[in-house]
Design a protein around this ligand. Structure first.
Ligand code: ADP
Ligand code: MG
Length: 254
């Protein structure tokens, strides 16, 4: 099978960098001095209690949310506030959400071809070939003509991954991609993520799937109250959490 990530580079040069990032929602200080570097090909798992800022941090990386101060760089380039350059940098960041977010009134095939045609100006035939190839790789090519509501949650989430990959992102963000799924569908989505990780995709995954973290994460980042409190290998983090917050968190989820 061909690689999902053609040309994935292995040297661990920084691909995503957050430096002194601050974010408020009104009075609420939701990201506090976030410093994070993700190397090319690295797989980061982000964990932490609900409300700790995990989703907001992901959303700042593709500018679904602005930041108050600090800098976010993608492949060395600071994310601009707006304009063409923002659109092109944003296209380098794929995102998969908890709720599948497919366009409900478009077929599975059209869901995947839309952005390559509109943003990358790919011609339809080329976009459809690419979409079918990606849908096959995530195992849902036989569903291409259907509408999203005709697919199971696990199938829809795999389409969402194929849709993100169609833009050839340099990094993929996953925000609790399996937490809205029925339990029997969790593994079919995690398996695609594991495969992507093995093929060298740079990934930031908010997930409490500890099996996934232990299997593929290079690093676990623990957030609480808007701060990164710990960063460590999965083995070290799960076996020897350093802070009381992390110990407390792990005692509740393990
Ligand atoms: P997590 O993903 O770790 O559960 P979030 O990033 O979703 O945390 O939320 C962090 C905090 O910011 C929470 O207190 C949440 O209620 C708040 N929050 C998130 N999005 C918004 C928003 N758009 N407006 C106001 N508050 C928000
Ligand atoms: Mg969240």
């Amino acid at each position: 099978m061909a690689a999902l990530v053609p040309g994935a580079e292995d040297p661990r040069s920084p691909l995503v960098e957050l430096s002194h990032v601050e974010k408020h929602f009104g009075e609420l200080h939701v990201l506090k001095d976030i410093n994070l570097t993700v190397g090319k090909g690295e797989v980061l798992v982000v964990v932490g209690p609900s409300g700790s800022g995990k989703s907001t941090m992901c959303r700042t990386i593709n500018r679904l949310e602005t930041i108050d101060s600090g800098v976010i760089r993608i492949d060395g380039r600071p994310l601009p506030q707006e304009g063409k350059e923002l659109a092109s940098l944003r296209a380098e960041v794929g995102m998969v959400f908890q709720s599948f977010n497919l366009f409900a009134n478009k077929s599975i095939l059209d869901n995947v071809t839309l952005a390559p045609i509109k943003v990358r100006h790919m011609d339809r035939k080329e976009a459809e070939d690419l979409a079918m190839e990606l849908l096959a790789r995530v195992g849902v090519d036989s569903q291409a003509a259907k509408m999203p509501s005709q697919l199971s949650g696990g199938q829809q989430q795999r389409v969402a991954i194929a849709r993100a990959l169609a833009m050839h992102p340099k990094v993929m963000l996953f925000d609790e991609p399996t937490s809205a799924l029925d339990p029997e569908m969790v593994n079919e989505v995690l398996d695609v993520m594991v495969e992507l990780a093995h093929e060298g995709m740079t990934m930031i995954c908010v997930t409490h799937e500890m099996g996934f973290a232990r299997k593929v994460a290079n690093r676990v980042v623990f957030m609480a109250d808007g701060r990164i409190l710990e960063q460590n290998t999965p083995e070290e983090f799960f076996e020897h959490p350093q802070t009381d917050r992390a110990k407390d968190f792990l005692s509740k989820i393990l």
